[in-house]
Each structure stands twice: as structure tokens, then as C-alpha cells.
Ligand binder design. Sequence first.
Ligand SMILES: Cc1cc2nc3c(=O)[nH]c(=O)nc-3n(C[C@H](O)[C@H](O)[C@H](O)COP(=O)(O)O)c2cc1C
Length: 315
Amino acid sequence: MDHLNNQSPVDLAVNIGGIQLANPVMTASGTFGYGREFAQFVNLDAIGGIVVKGISIEPRAGNPPQRIVETPCGMLNAIGLENVGLERFIAQKLPYLRSIKCRVVVNILGDSVEEYAYLAEKLSEHAGIDGLEVNISCPNVKKGGVAFGTNPAMAQAVTEAVKKHSTLPVIVKLSPNVTDIAAMAKAVEAGGADAISLINTLIGMAIDIDKRRPRLANIIGGLSGPAIKPIALRMVWQVANAVSIPVIGIGGIGTTEDALEFLIAGATAVQIGTANFYDPGAADTIISGLTTYLEQHNETSLINLIGSLDTGVLS
Ligand SMILES: Cc1cc2nc3c(=O)[nH]c(=O)nc-3n(C[C@H](O)[C@H](O)[C@H](O)COP(=O)(O)O)c2cc1C
């Protein structure tokens, strides 16, 4: 018996489009550095997966300060996709990521379809990467700056290009700044995505009324944290009902209860973002919380929970 080994009989394992995770708790891109930064707060061997900060071909310095503003139950950021670039990521960050047990997903960003394809091809050549997450909330410079993530045809094209140039499972991360999230999800599924993650940040702004100036140097920024959770949950539920590939829920998740809501809505896994800033041990807490919940509800496998939402009329 598992009990005799002092192990829980509960099975938390899930599969995300070919990436086998020990449990459904991942950390979201841009909120967990390159993993090592959080080693003193979280047992990196125990979490399901880490999604590293978005990587571009060349290093990016990001936007000037002020880049972060606190808002009621959330934060606005306009970091501007600062990152070390492909070469330094492979040379300086990947060796450490190879040494930890959890799955490693590399988030990629580009200004053209070709840039995404190049990143996918280069990253596929290196051991220690379990999957790619494609951030499509970036402007397509060649097509006049329209974000890939707001146009279904462009989202499909970038997905197809990444799939064609990569041997790794491909997760496409959707932007919530669209009218019809299900249409975006269907487009990337048609493009060959192995899984979908959502949501990225919602676009917002804040003003200093004494200076009558924007609080962010970039004027507008991405809203994240508990404030966006109901929107994220609604979108995850809509997408999970629209596609047949696995969905990863992101947006304001900071507690076990939050994670459970997303799983019940249809997410196969969740990512913890802003919560890592105010509760760096959140991922650990949520993993043990999920085990406790399943034990208390006499469930042996987390899979039984996924999409178990009952929307029928109450009798
Ligand atoms: C400071 C910061 C940096 C982020 N950087 C990235 C990034 O590089 N790539 C990306 O796809 N998402 C990025 N995100 C979005 C998060 O991964 C996540 O989708 C979003 O914050 C919503 O989740 P949350 O409410 O749990 O934070 C960033 C978010 C924050 C707050």
C-alpha cells in the first residue's frame, strides 16, 4: 500500500500535449525568472513545470522605468519583454534548468513569423527543454504592428511555423485582449498547437492625478493578479469547451481554491504568475492543497476533476 510508504495515494500527474507533468502546477512566464531565482523559496524539483521568461533572438533591455504599478488586487506591468536573448539563455540559464527535476517550458517571442520559427528551431536542438510556449501578444512588425494574438489568421500562421520548425510540444499562449477568445483558440488548434495556455495580461493604465501623468513610462501596461481571475476563468472555460487539446489556466491564481476553480472549469494544468511576487512559496502550497482536496473528496486522481463543472439546472 502507498500509505505504508507514507506517500499520498492521490495521483496528481497530467499530460499537456505530450509534456508529462508530475502535477498540474506550473509557474508563469515573466514571474519566475529563469527558475534559479526562486530556488530558496520553492522546491523546484516538486513543481510540475517552470515557464521561463520570454526569450527573443537578441537580448532586450525592455522599457524605461516606471515599469510596474500596483493596482487594487493586481498590478500593471510594462516590462517590455526584457530578456537575456537566445544565446545567453542557452549558455547561462539552461544548464541550471537541466539540473532540476521539473519540466522546463521556454516561452518565445518574435516580431515576425520567421523570428518565431528560428527560435523554435534553435531551441529544439538543445537537451533539457520539454516544450515551447509561444507568446503571441507581440506586434508583427512586418504586418504593420498588429499583434499576432488578436488576429486568428496570424495566430494560426505563427503556430504552423513554430510546429514546422520544432520537434518539441508547442503550447500557444493566448491574449485576452480579443472579442472572441474561442475563435483564437480554434485558430491555433487548426495551426497544430499541442496545447493552449491563457490568459496573458489585460491591457490597462493608471494615472497620477497630481502630476497628471501616466504612472507607467509606457503609458499602458498589462494587468495581472487576483483582479483578472474571473475573466481568466471565464475564458478558460470557453476555450476548454471549444477545442480538444489541453488547456492551461492562468490569471490571478494564488491559492489552492483558485487552482481548483480552473481545473474544474476545464484546465488540465495551471500557471502561477503575480502570486509568486507576494507569496513566493505559492506553487508548493497549492500542490499540497490539491492533494488534501482530493483526499477529502475521495478522489484518487486529479484527472477526474478536470472539466467536471456541472452547469445543469439545479432540481
Ligand atoms: C512582470 C510580468 C512579466 C511577464 N512577462 C511575460 C513574458 O515574458 N511572456 C509571457 O508570455 N507572459 C508574461 N507575463 C504574463 C504572465 O505570464 C501571466 O500570463 C499573467 O501575468 C496573468 O497571470 P497572473 O495574474 O497569475 O499574473 C508577465 C507578467 C508579469 C506580471
